[in-house]
Write a protein that binds this ligand. Structure first.
Ligand SMILES: [Zn+2]
Length: 282
């Protein structure tokens, strides 16, 4: 979406831009105690699912962590709510073409991070319209995917814990629906057809990490994966100028350098470290 571009570019000149875009995550507060063997950094051979409103939120919010998890032989699934087919200022662009571009960019981004593109699940909702989808149907789709994939760990946008966290459109719906689907996946009578028609057993979601959190309590050192995150982020070339105004599949070096600078500020963890922050559900 074009608002991201404004955020990235303006963040380079030090302007506060929280009004323009989805806030990433706040500073770490009251870190949660996690045993070494249970930390994301040490996880191996697990099944992981990431729910993302658009094809790129997961890259921008946690691309470094995804690269780390992929390197450690975890099986990562990415569930994408929308086709992101409206984020262009190019007056010659069409929704259909942009959806194809966004799909190809996401696949490239996942390849860079080490995620099998066969594990990308496109729900195909129209960009910006997720809140107008039937919530009961949508929740059922997510519950069904949880019963099928049966992940050890789930990542999703943070709906908030003490209060409803602000999110831009699509992010709001995705954050709440994913959370609601956790319950619907566990209690079979919410969607009994999953068991009756497909023999899908109920599933209890255990380990949940929320990205885009304003109350993060957990951080992952992504310093050694930052270059991969930048390469994967740059694969979403249509979402950055000049491609947003006049589509081109090439990203100028100047744009890449701006993105890199913006993210190095967003992901700064002190003492030269680069980090991504999450709220780990208790
Ligand atoms: Zn988004």
């Amino acid at each position: 979406m074009n608002k991201k571009i404004i955020y990235i570019v303006l963040s380079c000149v030090g302007v506060s831009l929280s009004l323009f875009s989805q806030p990433m995550s706040a500073p770490l507060f009251n870190p949660v105690e996690v045993n070494d063997e249970d930390r994301l950094e040490n996880m191996m051979g697990k099944t992981i699912v990431v729910f993302t409103p658009h094809p790129d939120d997961e890259t921008f919010a946690m691309g470094g962590s995804l690269a780390l998890l992929a390197k450690n032989d975890n099986n990562i699934h990415v569930v994408i709510y929308t086709n992101d087919n409206k984020g262009s200022l190019d007056l010659t662009m069409t929704r259909e073409r942009l959806a194809r571009i966004r799909r190809a960019e996401e696949e490239r981004s996942c390849e860079i991070l080490g995620i099998d593109i066969e594990n990308i699940h496109w729900l195909g909702y129209e960009d910006g319209d997720l809140e107008y989808a039937d919530p009961q149907v949508l929740r059922g789709k997510i519950a069904r995917l949880l019963k099928m994939i049966r992940p050890d760990v789930v990542f999703t946008a943070d709906p908030g814990v003490k209060w409803n966290q602000w999110h831009k459109t699509d992010h709001r719906m995705a954050a709440n629906i994913t959370q609601d689907a956790f319950i619907a996946a566990e209690w079979h009578l919410y969607y009994p057809q999953h068991l009756l028609d497909e023999e899908l057993q109920p599933f209890h979601v255990k380990d949940v990490y929320y990205y885009y959190s304003q109350e993060p309590n957990y951080e992952v050192d992504i310093t050694t994966f930052f270059d991969l995150k930048m390469k994967a982020s740059a694969a979403h070339v249509s979402q950055f100028e000049p491609s947003t105004s006049k589509y081109t599949s090439e990203m100028p070096k100047e744009t890449f350098d701006q993105i890199r600078f913006g993210f190095s500020q967003r992901n700064a963890g002190g003492e030269g470290k680069l980090v991504e922050r999450f709220r780990k559900r208790g």
